[in-house]
Design a protein around this ligand. Structure first.
Ligand SMILES: Cc1cc2nc3c(=O)[nH]c(=O)nc-3n(C[C@H](O)[C@H](O)[C@H](O)COP(=O)(O)OP(=O)(O)OC[C@H]3O[C@@H](n4cnc5c(N)ncnc54)[C@H](O)[C@@H]3O)c2cc1C
Length: 382
């Protein structure tokens, strides 16, 4: 019997790779293994669900059975891979071993957790997949006040969405502005002001040190002495690529699982893409890069070795109160920011010493300029 191509993970990376693979090869056995329920969904929609009043079921696009049929594949759900034996081209699911022709790691990133004092750490919810979202929605039913830890892209998106869904929102983070690694201060100020106009309350500087239950909900103690009252907490303090099993299997690890431009790890017949992969030094936790990787890897797996190329990769942030598009400055490049506009409409551009555009952040009406700017942005992987 033919040994299958095995993909670990049925997020956007795993399912998109399977789709691209099937466009080129209808015959080779394909096995997808996932620790979750295997439903197909678009993860970016998780931070729009309250505004649209969508339950987790409403965000699901297809059941695993339908995906298996569509992809002419086997999809094993609620199945956690526990080890990889690269030398014998097999993986472990507990005691069971599964052989592969080629193995693809598409197992994503996990939410960073911090230990918390107090008796209410179970009221802290990460939201990084559909099942997390379902748990949070169930817990949030009938509640009113949500505290968000983190003011990055995901924290800000949830703030906007929860307010649209009728919740009161406080945000806490140990930094001076929202999205500090993505935005210059003028654009960050515009986004923060937009969210504040909806009622969001920012507590920038301190961290949450203790979370305790009280009669009418939770008491959140911040490191600067402030005490906030809330019913639930969302943790949006960051994601870390899953690397442990790959490291144990002897694969090279950096921030993520290290792969070359053909998405090949340091071991023959093992590839990686999506949030877990560090592609030629870049670990980009967005949809556009993984789509490019899926197309290139499908070619490689079907006999045409293909390197992935990344063009410019601007990110549209879902804060509708203050539209925002940002194209971060590529790693290793240095430039100077210039800012035009005021209030909600900020056009911040970063140029190098020769006048080349390296990146931008556009808010409000300035997002109209993105198409023209995208044409002159540098490619991230040419
Ligand atoms: C709220 C939110 C909003 C976002 N919005 C945007 C946006 O607007 N634009 C954008 O570009 N990006 C956005 N992103 C990021 C984007 O969604 C992710 O980059 C992308 O979905 C990652 O897909 P993935 O398949 O690599 O990982 P995941 O979707 O995390 O999938 C990982 C899969 O691996 C499985 N798995 C893990 N470990 C094991 C194991 N040991 N055994 C078996 N299976 C395992 C999991 O069960 C899962 O099926 C957002 C992210 C979040 C959380």
């Amino acid at each position: 019997m033919n040994v299958p191509v095995v993909i670990i993970g049925t997020g956007l990376a795993g399912y998109n790779l399977a789709r691209e693979f099937r466009k080129l090869d209808g015959e080779t056995p394909l096995l997808l293994i996932t620790a979750d329920d295997g439903r197909s969904y678009s993860k970016p929609m998780l931070s729009t669900g309250f505004g649209k009043n969508k339950e987790a079921d409403g965000l699901s696009m297809a059941e695993p059975g339908a995906m298996a049929e569509q992809l002419k594949a086997e999809v094993r759900t609620h199945t956690r891979v526990s080890g990889i034996d690269a030398g014998h081209k097999r993986l472990w699911i507990g005691e069971e071993s599964v052989h592969y022709r080629d193995l693809v790691l598409a197992w994503g990133a996990e939410t960073v957790r911090v230990p918390m004092e107090g008796d209410a750490s179970d009221a802290i919810f990460p939201i990084n997949d559909l099942e997390d979202y379902a748990r949070f929605r169930a817990a949030a039913a009938g509640r009113r006040r949500v505290l968000i830890l983190g003011v990055g892209l995901i924290g800000c998106e949830f703030a906007n969405d929860l307010i649209l869904g009728g919740y009161e929102v406080d945000l806490v983070a140990p930094c001076e502005q929202v999205m500090p690694t993505l935005l210059p201060p003028a654009a960050a100020t515009a986004v923060q002001a937009g969210l504040e106009s909806l009622g969001a309350r920012f507590h920038l500087g301190p961290v949450l040190t203790r979370l305790s239950r009280v009669d009418d909900g939770l008491q959140a103690h911040l490191s600067d002495g402030e005490v906030l009252h809330c019913d639930l907490v969302i943790s949006a303090i960051g994601l870390r690529p899953r690397v442990d099993l790959a490291a144990a299997a002897g694969l090279e690890i950096g921030r993520g699982v290290v792969v070359d431009r053909q998405l090949k790890t340091s071991h023959a017949n093992i590839y990686a893409l999506g949030d877990c992969a560090e592609v030629d030094g870049l670990n980009l936790l967005y949809v556009m890069p993984l789509m490019s990787c899926a197309r290139a890897l499908a070619q490689t797996l079907t006999g045409t070795p293909t390197v992935v190329k990344y063009g410019p990769m601007p990110v549209t942030v879902k804060t509708p109160v203050c539209p925002l598009v940002v194209s971060p400055v590529p790693k290793g490049l240095e430039g100077v920011w210039s800012v035009e506009g005021q209030g909600a409409d900020i056009k911040a551009l970063c140029h190098d010493a020769h006048g080349n555009l390296l990146g931008y952040a556009l808010t409000g009406a300035a997002v109209m300029d993105k198409l023209a700017l995208n044409k002159v942005l540098p490619s991230l992987l040419a």
